[in-house]
Design a protein around this ligand. Structure first.
Ligand SMILES: Cc1ncc(C[n+]2csc(CCOP(=O)(O)OP(=O)(O)O)c2C)c(N)n1
Ligand code: SF4
Ligand SMILES: [Mg+2]
Length: 312
């Protein structure tokens, strides 16, 4: 059973007074992650909104030792830290439980710029958790497209709508044969919490991707973050799943969509709530543009349904 939001621990690792926008999904997600990881952890951050929001020493917004690293190096830096800790333990210079090492990066720092180092760390099965908070753009620098930006979306570098579909990064990570991969989003906090607890207790490389609707890039009203996150899941535009030792299972409500018990909500309503799509859906080609986006979603659902039948 998924942990109820009412049962999440009181512990707060994200402190008040940080510099994130109101309703920031990355900050919401990190609060839940903090409840699952607890204080005994070391955080690595690539340049992104979460870095810009964290404040300056000694008044950091995150209550862990935090290391700001280069954009491309989440995988290699986290590998270095985790190996250093293991060696210190071996030499008797660290006692007690080892801290959980985790990298916290955006989609830019994961799908694009950080991919090479992350892939190498996954191949080595190094012992840390990589979190990608995916707001589907480079938000911190004014909303440029990334590999996670869906087709049809406006960004400053795709002013007429992105022409290509997003890639399935979580699945790419799974294909590295790592022991734990999961997707989550802020509208389902108990689901995210449970997944982080599992990752924390699994040795080796773990990858958790959290869809993070950002009001600035997606162009909706700040208080609607959680609603957008829920709509993404209900329309099938974002699937909740996890893979333990290669076996994929879907989580509610995505499991109902995958099993065919529930039809995904038509994507129109989800798209029209977001200025990044709706501003491009006013012309005579609106219908074909929506059909193209719906086609990407349908294809992904059908593909993941079949992919989940394969175990190794
Ligand atoms: C090597 C390098 N290139 C570019 C930048 C500029 N930069 C800082 S944050 C950022 C955007 C990060 O996007 P993402 O990882 O998706 O995080 P988000 O801003 O969306 O939270 C960019 C391009 C940088 N700091 N380093
Ligand atoms: S721009 Fe988006 S991701 Fe960045 S701090 Fe604001 S709400 Fe969060
Ligand atoms: Mg981003």
């Amino acid at each position: 059973m998924t942990t109820s939001i009412k049962k999440l621990p009181d512990i707060e690792q994200v402190l008040s007074g940080n510099g994130a926008c109101g309703g920031c999904p990355a900050t919401m997600a990190l609060r839940i992650v903090g409840k699952a990881l607890g204080p005994n952890a070391i955080m690595l951050l690539t340049p992104a909104c979460s870095v810009a929001s964290m404040g300056m020493t000694p008044k950091l917004g995150y209550n862990w030792p935090c290391i700001n690293i280069c954009f491309a190096t989440a995988g290699s830096s986290a590998s270095g830290i985790t190996h250093a800790i293991e060696i210190m333990k071996e030499k008797g210079r660290l006692q007690g439980d080892l801290p959980t090492v985790f990298s916290w990066a955006g989609d830019g720092g994961t799908y694009d710029i950080g991919f090479q180092a992350l892939s190498a760390a996954a191949e080595r099965n190094d012992n840390f958790i990589h979190f990608c908070y995916n707001n589907e753009a480079y938000s911190n620098t004014g909303v440029q497209r990334s590999g996670a930006t869906p087709r049809g979306s406006y960004t400053t570098t795709t002013p007429t709508g992105k022409r290509h579909p997003k890639k399935n990064m979580a699945l790419l990570m799974l294909e590295h044969n790592i022991p734990y991969v999961a997707t989550a989003t802020v509208a389902y906090p108990g689901d995210l919490y449970d997944k982080v607890v599992k990752a924390k207790n699994t040795p080796g490389m773990k990858y958790i991707e959290i869809l993070s609707p950002c009001y600035l890039g997606w162009q909706f009203d700040m208080p609607e973050t959680v609603q957008m996150s829920r709509m993404a899941v209900k329309s099938g535009a974002w699937l909740l799943w996890e893979a333990e030792n290669g076996k994929i299972t879907f989580n509610n409500p995505s499991s109902q969509i995958i099993s065919g018990k529930k039809e995904p909500a038509p994507v129109d309503e989800y798209l029209m709530k977001q200025g990044r799509f709706s501003r491009l859906l006013k012309g005579p080609d609106a219908e074909s543009r929506i059909a193209e986006i719906q086609g990407d979603i349908n294809r992904e659902i059908a593909f993941m349904r079949e992919r989940a039948k394969i175990t190794y």
